[in-house]
Design a protein around this ligand. Structure first.
Ligand code: ASP
Length: 332
């Protein structure tokens, strides 16, 4: 019997063509992608649904929720799901699928760094690798996986590290999960499996809470942070410096903000983590934690944003505490 694969397409460079107005823009539908790239294995039956035709910076959290709901709906009828989209936010989409997507079939998100008409375009290879990866049962239980340039990355670890090269993705604090090579899929990290399963959280309330992201800067006076409650935000992720540090004036402002909404600190240091118990100066991680700021562990700012949105959006919100949700990521 043929194995069934579902493809959900959202747009991105993998679907882009030159526009008459200049530059490349999303053009190809999911069906056209399948037609253009094909599938190597005749034992696979691939169905396609075009959900969006956007650059990935144009996606909203509600688009990701809709995607996750579609993937859940599709899961009982297929053996694996591939999502095609832009690489700019591929890490957020994969993480959203970890949070809200199905956990019983392999889910892979892929894209391309070079559009289909560019010399050395990587779309066909990434697409075919992804189809092969989701048709392989060893991906079940690893959460959503990003497949790019022949490598498998766990949704929670993957980050984009280059804006243009084909080898643009890395995984940290753990490395890659494995490879797609020579017609097969090698998962190298079976020991990590228990830490990687999807969360399969309930889908949020119809009105999704809005979580803000602020980046701390040298001399940040905290004025922007103090404006968030009146702007209607329900929570905030603050990207701090070093181990999760901000200017003393910002620390005071964040303390006041903690009385109004959950505040979590991340770090701008790529591939690293927020400290917990090293620095005691005003604005340090110890000081911020005492003031009520939660520590974001090693999760990136963008993923903390989605995690907080997911938790605050759950009905009723108190059922699933955000501090508890941070624990698998070394935070809290
Ligand atoms: N540079 C992007 C991409 O690789 C554009 C996007 O994210 O849509 O697809």
């Amino acid at each position: 019997m043929k194995r069934k694969i579902g493809v959900l397409s959202l747009g991105g460079t993998i679907s882009m063509r030159e526009a008459s107005s200049g530059g490349i823009v999303p053009t190809l539908s999911g069906e056209e992608l399948l037609e253009q790239f094909g599938v190597a294995d005749p034992c696979l039956e691939v169905s396609v649904l075009s959900l969006r035709s956007l650059a990935s910076a144009q996606l909203k959290v509600t688009d990701l929720l809709e995607l996750a709901a579609k993937a859940r709906e599709l899961a009982p009828d297929v053996d694996g799901i591939v999502v095609t989209q832009g690489t700019d936010t591929i890490e957020e989409t994969a993480f959203a699928l970890d949070l809200w997507g199905p956990c019983d079939v392999p889910v892979v998100v892929t894209g391309a760094m070079r559009h289909p008409d560019a010399p050395g375009s990587d779309g066909a290879a990434n697409f075919r690798d992804s189809i092969m990866a989701v048709s392989c049962e060893s991906l079940v239980g690893l959460g959503a996986v990003v497949v790019m340039d022949g490598e498998l990355h766990a949704a929670r670890y993957v980050t984009k590290r280059h804006t243009a090269t084909v080898r643009a993705f890395g995984s940290s604090p753990s490395g890659i999960l494995g490879w797609v090579k020579e017609g097969s899929v090698d998962v190298l990290v079976d020991g990590l499996r228990p830490q990687l399963s999807s969360f399969a959280l309930p889908c949020p309330r119809s009105h999704l809470p809005e979580v803000a992201v602020l980046k701390s800067w040298v001399g940040d006076d905290g004025r922007l942070a103090s404006k968030l409650p009146e702007m209607g935000y329900a929570g905030v992720v603050v990207e701090g410096m070093g181990g999760g540090h901000v200017h003393p004036r910002a620390a005071e402002s964040l303390e006041a903000l903690c009385r109004e909404m959950p505040v979590v600190i991340s770090t701008r240091v790529v591939g690293s983590h927020v400290l917990r118990n090293t620095y005691g100066f005003i604005g340090s991680e110890i000081d911020l934690h005492r003031r009520g700021v939660m520590l974001g562990g090693w999760l990136t700012t963008g993923k903390l944003h989605l995690l907080m949105t997911a938790v605050l959006g759950t009905t009723p919100p108190s059922d699933y505490d955000f501090r508890q949700a941070l624990q698998p990521f070394g935070g809290g």
